[in-house]
Design a binder for this molecule. Structure first.
Ligand code: AGP
Length: 614
């Protein structure tokens, strides 16, 4: 998820773009860059690191005066956060400058074809492939808008592209597929951007672009077509948010915005996972298939929410690979004298990639000869750098301290890892793997269905604003989902909330249940009856003791109705995949209850986004 802006008008474009990027830094801050056109020549400044680094460079080496340019602040997905990999990217002939948000799935094949045609690349990024392709198309047709349409027709994946042509001083052209793009409608000036925050200081009139559309702006015109050049319909609206709300997309909290970003984050995490041979692949692999086949034990190491994602992963990885899989709290792992050797494969999960407990645990594991695969949301962070292979979740920056899209994309990445290991070890056939991936690709829609009913969960939260104690129950993969729901409530509402394995309740914890205790229960799909029926029995047990039961159950499962005070319907998914949809109502509940209590949802007391101390 990156921040993008394009401008053409009568103002100093450098100032407009820098101010716009400042409002977009929450979308990514691995690097920042700007390209402007002056007298038929493109001038580019770009630096790794935060926007301040770019401002520093421009202060010492200003760009020429211009009224026409583009800017970018990056959240890296392909290619280390370096100056060379920073956007904008230029075409080989220097005529085009382009910025990109998203993931171009077929970048490898396109790069190979362009290099075969003599194009020299300056970076490792998938984005530069779009810049070079656009340059080739422009050289062929001479018109930036037409070249953009031709380029978009060859790209697969998710992309917002914004480009300028050195020989066309009054035009900025942009296009989008599966990635946001809005137009800011000015007087004698116009803007394109990832979201309205970039131009809200200049205009509150906006046009939201639809799927597969191309927009051409000049100081006095806005023209929108589809990828084939046919005129397209758009939605114009007035933005009545203030600048802060604009950065949150109109939501009250970054956390709530990130809950609603999960369909996109999951879809992006699934993008580009197949290589040209149709085999599942990881983002970075510094470990051979033989070593993966030799592994006789998998140890998942993480903290907090990431640990619960690891608990879900255990069920999937063991079921698909038949390799014993342990899940360890990083802060406990190296003090228990673990049995680790060269046949142990460690999997570490970390949104920030900087959690000290987790980092120290994997350093210890490597000293014992283990190999490490990292699942991380932060490109180039310490933990993936010190691992032998990496799967990056493409959730974009997670600003809220309480992890939401971090969790669901970690779980999806764990499923991908389990399928990858099953592929390498031959414990699942290609068609079986593709069948699971096909269901994974339905998850964004399933999560959206849950989000569409958020108001029901909000009403439940507001009705429970005076409740002090909550219990969450689940079995199998529903147990870590219950633990995650309890953690969300603890860290946001500062309330006593505890998750239990549903079958464990009768061994003691049921003593705390009474009529003042809401009990949330994650009910497994009916496909695994011995699992499902036992959880229904657990609901009866707590209901008999007066608990208010809030039951999360798949659509059409009427078996729980007699014992449920509140039913939260879930889309029908396979048992192993259910945590991705079941956790969403629990996130929404905790967010709304904390808001109702007047808490700071984005920065809860006593917590930090990345715990870099042991
Ligand atoms: C999650 O809501 C918490 N903020 C916390 O448990 C977090 O998941 C944990 O500190 C691990 O962080 P990491 O994923 O960045 O390693």
């Amino acid at each position: 998820m990156c921040g993008i802006i394009g401008y053409v008008g009568d103002k100093d474009v450098v100032q407009v773009i820098l101010d716009g990027l400042a409002r977009l830094e929450y979308r990514g801050y691995d690097s920042a860059g700007i390209a402007v056109e002056a007298d038929g020549v493109l001038h580019v400044a770009k630096r790794a690191g935060k926007l301040a680094n770019l401002r520093e460079q421009l202060a010492s080496t200003p760009l020429p005066s211009s009224h026409h340019g583009i800017g970018h602040t990056r959240w890296a997905t392909h290619g280390q956060p370096t100056d060379a990999n920073a956007h904008p990217h230029l075409s080989d002939d220097g005529r085009i400058a382009l910025v990109h948000n998203g993931i171009i799935e077929n970048h490898a094949a396109l790069r190979a074809d362009l290099e075969a045609r003599g194009i020299v690349f300056a970076s490792q990024t998938d984005s530069e492939v779009a810049a070079q392709l656009l340059g080739v198309e422009l050289a062929a047709c001479g018109d930036l808008t037409q070249a953009m349409r031709a380029t978009c027709g060859q790209l697969a994946g998710a992309f917002t592209l914004v480009a300028i042509d050195a020989q066309d001083p009054d035009r900025v052209v942009a296009a989008r597929r599966n990635s946001p793009l809005v137009v800011g409608v000015g007087q004698g000036e116009n803007f394109v951007a990832s979201d309205v925050a970039a131009f809200i200081d200049h205009t509150r009139e906006a046009i939201e672009l639809g799927q597969d559309q191309v927009v051409t702006i000049t100081p006095s015109s806005i023209d929108v077509t589809d990828f084939d050049g046919h005129p397209a319909t758009t939605r114009r609206y007035h933005v009545d948010w203030d600048a802060s709300a604009a950065e949150k997309g109109g939501f009250d909290w970054f956390m709530r915005k990130e809950i609603f970003e999960q369909p996109r984050a999951i879809a992006d995490t699934l993008l580009g996972r197949y290589d040209e041979r149709g085999q599942l692949t990881l983002d970075e692999v510094r470990i051979g298939p033989e070593e993966l086949r030799r592994a006789d034990k998998i140890v998942i190491i993480a903290c907090g929410t990431a640990f619960y994602a690891g608990m879900v992963a255990k069920y999937a990885i063991e079921h698909w690979t038949r390799v014993p899989c342990e899940v360890e709290l990083a802060s406990e792992f190296r003090y228990r004298d673990p049995i680790i050797d060269s046949r142990t494969l460690c999997v570490t999960i970390s949104q920030s990639g900087e959690t000290m407990d987790t980092l120290m645990a994997i350093r210890y594991a490597r000293e014992q000869g283990a190999r490490v695969i990292a699942i991380c949301n932060t490109y180039g962070a310490t933990i993936p750098r010190e691992s032998d292979a990496v799967i990056y979740t493409h959730a974009g920056p997670e600003i809220g301290v309480a992890s939401t899209k971090g969790f669901t994309t970690q779980v999806v990445a764990c499923y991908l890892l389990g399928l990858f290991l099953a592929q390498v070890r031959g414990t699942k056939y290609g068609d079986e793997i593709r069948a699971v991936v096909a269901e994974l690709e339905q998850l964004p829609e399933y999560v959206q269905q849950v989000l569409d009913r958020a108001d029901d969960t909000y009403a439940l939260a507001r009705a429970m604003v005076d409740v002090q104690d909550f219990v969450f129950l689940g079995r199998h993969v529903g147990y870590p989902a219950a633990l995650e729901g309890a953690l969300k409530l603890k860290e946001l509402a500062y309330l006593h909330a505890e998750g239990f394995a549903a079958g464990e309740l009768k061994h003691g914890p049921i003593a705390i249940i009474d009529s003042t205790t809401p009990v949330f229960v994650v009910v497994p799909p009916q496909g695994r009856d011995q699992l499902h029926d036992k959880v229904v029995s657990n609901i009866q047990e707590v209901r008999a003791r007066g608990a208010h039961t809030v039951v999360l159950v798949e659509r059409g499962d009427e078996s729980v109705a007699p014992y449920a005070d509140t039913v939260i319907e879930l889309p029908r998914v396979s048992t192993l995949l259910q945590p991705v949809v079941a956790v969403v109502p629990l996130q929404l509940f905790a967010c709304e209850l904390a808001s109702a209590l007047g808490n700071d949802v984005d920065q809860p007391r006593n917590l930090a986004k990345s715990v870099t101390v042991e």
